[in-house]
Unconditional design. Structure first.
Length: 113
């Protein structure tokens, strides 16, 4: 499995449960307060972009891997919803956000095929 796929799958897994997903903030703590994405600020839920950011740090992804993952997500958001990653997350909801990840992951896996 390529590094981009690993990053995207890690980020998606974190927000699979709607209780660990949020809108209109990169991350929130257990009180629902906006907080830093880093684990040191005790976030319990993340938006799509916040989860990707945490996965970049957790997996020690290179800038190239992050940029490739971001391009896959941008393309998925455009392909599926003709908008941005943030707009899908904030305006289209949890299921749409997971579908965006699934599309980006599927396209990332095509590189390995």
């Amino acid at each position: 499995m390529n590094e981009v796929t690993k990053l995207l799958e890690d980020a998606r897994q974190r927000i699979t449960d709607p209780e660990h997903w949020t809108q209109f903030a990169f991350a929130r703590d257990s009180n629902g307060t906006t907080c830093a994405v880093s684990e040191s600020d005790d976030p319990v839920c993340w938006c799509a972009l916040g989860s990707i950011s945490l996965s970049v740090n957790k997996l020690h992804a290179t800038p190239k891997t992050y940029q490739s993952a971001d391009r896959k997500m941008v393309a998925a958001a455009m392909r599926l919803y003709a908008t941005t990653i943030a707009k899908v997350n904030d305006d289209f909801g949890h299921e749409a956000t997971l579908q965006m990840f699934d599309d980006a992951i599927a396209h990332s896996k095509m590189v390995d095929a």
